[in-house]
Design a protein around this ligand. Structure first.
Ligand SMILES: NC(=O)c1ccc[n+]([C@@H]2O[C@H](COP(=O)([O-])OP(=O)(O)OC[C@H]3O[C@@H](n4cnc5c(N)ncnc54)[C@H](OP(=O)(O)O)[C@@H]3O)[C@@H](O)[C@H]2O)c1
Length: 213
């Protein structure tokens, strides 16, 4: 699978590195310095390379959108025509200071994103874990049980792509339903953030759902 990373910061940089180490083809794009993209590609040490947002998106089977909410329009514009593309978004619709969600209850960032790129297929994933835990989860991928990771979307084929990426990253994918369920997963991500950054034990936090009976 070819994955275009649109936003190569904490989330995009780490997930892109993990995907490359899992054997996927990765193009890192959308950072403020080309040097950073080159270094990410070099350090990932797999089939990874730096590129423009357009290159990252046009050749990709899946585009990981990982920018601050305020950069969404710019990143999408730089990516060019996204018709038919699978967009995996981990973006949370946060205010400028990252203190609160600015969309919620009767919509979600993922749904608003889908409206902005109506010809693309949006699936919401990776937004409910802190970046700090990603490498540890990947390194522990052979151990069972794996931590859960919820995802949601309206297109079954596209959700299959997201589930594959989630498995590649070392998590157990949990299908939470249609894209509108991002109304629940986005605030849930803030709970995880609260526990990770203000709770005891530090930010390397993942979660696991278990059914009894
Ligand atoms: N951080 C987390 O643990 C976490 C967890 C769950 C969800 N999320 C969500 O995931 C998304 C990404 O978060 P993040 O923490 O990865 O953000 P981040 O570290 O700030 O990364 C954003 C990327 O966008 C790039 N960028 C920003 N302004 C730009 C500009 N003007 N031109 C070109 N590139 C620009 C940054 O460039 P530089 O690399 O040069 O800074 C960086 O590569 C957000 O929507 C966030 O809410 C984050």
């Amino acid at each position: 699978m070819r994955v275009g990373i649109l936003g190569s910061g904490l989330m995009g940089g780490k997930l892109g590195t993990i995907f490359a180490r899992a054997g996927l083809e990765v193009v890192f794009s959308y950072a403020r310095s080309e040097q950073k993209l080159k270094k990410l590609a070099r350090d990932a040490a797999g089939k990874a390379r730096p590129g423009t947002p357009r290159e990252a998106a046009q050749e990709a089977d899946a585009v990981l959108l990982a920018v601050h909410w305020s950069r969404i329009d710019d990143a999408l514009k730089q990516a060019g025509d996204l018709s038919g593309k699978v967009i995996v978004t981990c973006c949370l619709p946060m205010d400028a200071g990252n203190t609160k969600l600015i969309i919620g209850s009767n919509s979600s960032g993922a749904e608003e994103l889908a409206k902005r790129v109506p010809k693309a297929r949006v699936v919401c994933a990776f937004n409910t874990v802190p970046n700090e835990v990603l490498f540890s989860v990947f390194e522990a991928r052979s151990k069972k049980p794996r931590p859960s990771l919820v995802y949601c979307g309206d297109d079954e084929r596209v959700k299959g792509v997201a589930a594959e990426l989630i498995r590649d990253a070392g998590f157990d994918p949990v299908d939470a339903g249609p894209l509108r369920i991002a109304r629940y997963t986005e605030p849930f991500a803030l709970l995880i953030g609260q526990l990770a950054y203000d709770g005891e034990g530090g930010p390397e936090l993942a979660y696991r759902f278990e059914r009894f009976g």
